[in-house]
Design a protein around this ligand. Structure first.
Ligand SMILES: N[C@@H](CCC(=O)N[C@@H](CS)C(=O)NCC(=O)O)C(=O)O
Length: 393
């Protein structure tokens, strides 16, 4: 079903420049050419209307011209796909089966699999970017002209976010592996973006939107990691810029048809990226699936609509407790990420909907990229997102 883009009131994107998940929603609006205004939570309406409607202190939130408030960057993209301007040629969802499944997988990898590295480079190098971070956190909270008041507003919330490092498994033992994994990913992406402007080829997709979340606000905007990205992988830095531009000034590439690759093909240069996705996100998904199964087994009775979280509270990042797994020669201990399971489920749904011939092509791709075991993982019970939280379906 399609609805009409409101002619007068624009969409309002509630979020901030330094917010990881806002970056996904913003790039989607920009690339679809949908008029929108962006507002920070410092605006009085955030507390009065947005927070109340969403039931959580978080962003991004998309306020639609007809008065809906949509939280979650993935739900925002799903909604934007239903608008008139979301139909071809602006849809973010590849129309062929293997490309769609791969794009959804990369979407999830960006949003959850790369959260750890994004938070590491923001907070482990805090001393090198303290003033920037104070100003950026303050930008979301203080709208006045007093520079020191903005920095002070930022300082007041920064410790909350930097304290999330242990829960993400970021510590002195894991940091070398986190950095090596990221450097390998940058290298693979740099080669890919030398060949193509977008993840799935010549046209932007949901894969770019998931990946831009960590790659913009943290890794491509905070001073320390941005310098690393520019020095090591300038083609990735250029893609980050491209994702903020409405049309595609892709004149740096040889003449091309601005579409996904023909015949449901996956670019050869994307295969090393997928291999890293399975290697680096796979162990986390495996541990999270096991912790979900364990949690379900311990429930007295399972009922649809039950909140999937360690306690009964509504949380932006629900968890079922700590998990532990081996990864790149270290033991990672971190909070399980229920949201990552939901994103993995969305990718798997695309796999299960495939016709047999596509499944065969996907199987060959998984064999080449080491993804068979990861894609064979099964959630013990489907998750559902409703009323801005994750529930048992
Ligand atoms: N799944 C949500 C996550 C949103 C999110 O984590 N937003 C951050 C700001 S970028 C936040 O509100 N963090 C506060 C918290 O974790 O409690 C989405 O995709 O929009």
């Amino acid at each position: 079903m399609t609805s009409t883009v409101h002619p007068i009131r624009p969409h309002i994107l509630w979020g901030t420049p330094h917010s990881l998940y806002t970056g996904k929603a913003r790039s989607c609006l920009i690339k679809k050419g949908i008029a929108f205004a962006e507002r920070c939570p410092s605006h009085p309406d955030y507390k009065a209307r947005v927070r109340v409607a969403v039931g959580l202190v978080t962003f991004p939130v998309l306020e639609t011209p007809d008065g809906q408030f949509i939280q979650d960057s993935t739900d925002i993209v799903t909604y934007l796909e239903t608008l008139d301007s979301g139909v071809q040629p602006k849809s973010m969802m590849p129309s062929t089966p293997v490309q769609l499944a791969v794009a959804k997988l990369i979407d999830g990898f960006g949003l959850e699999g790369l959260l750890q590295v994004a938070m590491h480079y923001r907070w482990s190098y805090r001393d090198e970017q303290e003033l920037f971070l104070q100003t950026e956190f303050g930008r979301g909270l203080y709208a006045g002209a007093d520079r020191e008041a903005r920095r002070a507003a930022g300082r007041r919330v920064m410790d909350f976010f930097s304290s999330s490092l242990p829960g993400l498994g970021i510590n002195l033992q894991t940091i070398p592996a986190i950095e090596t994994a990221y450097e390998e990913l940058l290298e693979a992406l740099d080669v890919h973006f030398q060949n193509y402007p977008y993840v799935m080829g010549w046209r932007v997709s949901i894969a770019d939107l998931g990946l831009i979340a960590p790659m913009y606000a943290h890794l491509g905007r905070d001073p320390y990691p941005t310098a690393q990205m520019k020095k090591r992988a300038p083609n990735v830095a250029r893609w980050v810029e491209r994702m903020q531009l409405p049309n595609t000034p892709d004149g740096e590439y040889a003449p091309h048809v601005a579409d996904w690759l023909p015949d449901d093909a996956i670019a050869a240069t994307l295969e090393p990226v997928l291999a890293l996705l399975f290697k680096d996100w796979g162990p986390q998904i495996g541990a999270d699936v096991a912790s979900y199964r364990h949690w379900l087994d311990a429930l007295a009775g399972l009922h649809a609509g039950q909140l999937v979280n360690i306690n009964d509270g509504r949380m932006v990042h629900p968890t079922l407790g700590m998990v532990s797994y081996a990864w790149r020669g270290v033991q990672v201990q971190r909070a399980s990420a229920v949201h990552g399971l939901w994103l993995f489920q969305l990718a798997q749904a695309a796999v299960h909907a495939m016709p047999a011939d596509a499944m065969q092509r996907l199987a060959a791709l998984l064999e080449r990229t080491g993804g068979q075991d990861v894609m064979a993982l099964r959630l013990p019970h489907p998750l559902e997102r409703r009323n801005n939280v994750l529930l048992l379906q």
